[in-house]
Design a protein around this ligand. Sequence first.
Ligand SMILES: NC(=O)c1ccc[n+]([C@@H]2O[C@H](COP(=O)([O-])OP(=O)(O)OC[C@H]3O[C@@H](n4cnc5c(N)ncnc54)[C@H](OP(=O)(O)O)[C@@H]3O)[C@@H](O)[C@H]2O)c1
Length: 159
Amino acid sequence: MNLAAILASTDSGVIGNEGGMPWRLSTDLRRFKRLTMGFPIIMGRKTFDSIGRPLPGRLNVVLTRSADWAHEGVRTVNLEEALAIADQHEQAFVVGGAEIYRLMLPYCQAVHWTRVLADIEGDTRFLWDRSEFELLHDEAFPAGEKDSVPTRYEIWQRQ
Ligand SMILES: NC(=O)c1ccc[n+]([C@@H]2O[C@H](COP(=O)([O-])OP(=O)(O)OC[C@H]3O[C@@H](n4cnc5c(N)ncnc54)[C@H](OP(=O)(O)O)[C@@H]3O)[C@@H](O)[C@H]2O)c1
């Protein structure tokens, strides 16, 4: 299984606020699209709700405990089924939110981390233990015209 997480967070672990993301990062969205296109993206039901529609060109996999929840163009799963889907593909991505990162990071071999270089408040946090990973790539991204904050793009590989 080749499963990787894609995460944007501040150093204090903020990943979201009021159901959305507390920054505007066009550079990051473009990278997200480039990385994930053609592969399954695995997300929590709340993250799906915040996006509001399946993302095109990718198998959209949504974790929910609800037997009734369904959406056109979405595969509804539990953890076991999400892992089976990841197993059946050359690559799959865990794309949040906090509950799903917590649940699935132990199965991830890599983390694509957009490190938000600003002290931003939020109501959803995810802090991860980098000691289990080694840094493979680190690149600075000053805030472009359509970015509200500067970032670093770091790729961490499980040791
Ligand atoms: N910065 C980033 O990179 C990033 C990425 C993604 C999301 N976000 C932000 O994160 C926030 C949402 O995160 P969140 O932690 O509140 O929610 P979430 O992880 O997106 O979704 C939580 C939901 O997932 C389902 N779930 C959780 N554990 C499960 C399990 N073991 N089995 C089956 N289903 C399970 C439940 O759905 P049901 O309630 O339907 O049962 C639960 O309510 C938003 O603000 C979003 O914008 C940020």
